[in-house]
Design a binder for this molecule. Sequence first.
Ligand SMILES: [Zn+2]
Length: 242
Amino acid sequence: MPNKGTKVYCPNCRKFTICRALSPTKAGKPKAQRWYKTDHRDISWFRRARACSSCESLFLTAEIDERILEELIALRTNLAKKNLAIVGHVRSTRPWLVRTEDVPRELAEEFIRRTAWWHTHSSGSPVRAPKHSDRIYRSHHGWTIDFGANSFLVGKAISRCSIEINKFIDGSISGNLQEIVDLKKKLIMHIRGAVANNNQDEYAGYYSLTGPDMMFGAQSIDVEDGANFIIQKSGINELICP
Ligand SMILES: [Zn+2]
């Protein structure tokens, strides 16, 4: 495919890619390209069908006065605020929607004491920040700690690690013992997967690392520390490895 055409945001690739402009008829729409909403005449746009050269998906775009987009964003923000109030009521009246926390608070606190760092200390080197453990609270995700615009879901991280530890233990009695280094990699992924944004919306992927650290502004959680802590606490060191 020649690299010909304008870069446009492809909703499937979720990035700007070269997209060919096509007639709307290619997307099964009428040929006309100038549209408006009869009950909102200011919402008038120029329609194009676009074909992404990366993923070949076909989508429609609307060339429109940007102020309409600003209005959309303001409305979205407003709607989110209204829903936030409703969500509080919905969850408080339906306990089954809230995760039952089975990780003891002391364990969650110890995890934070052993993994939290502060990166702008006057010494110039990162220092451990055990006092963060005082800030743990219970959200619908279970034990949670906020770091600026993100929340680390420490209860979920430990809980998912415990499932992994149990797989390791089951393996040891079926003669199928994993290497500790492989277990550690899996634990690290569970820790990196337990982060939410400031709306308490858990990220679908894994939080990025800087060295061994998930950086939250000047704060961090060291995922190596986290995996080592879980392994040390789990007692699996007592198992006999070949
Ligand atoms: Zn695409």
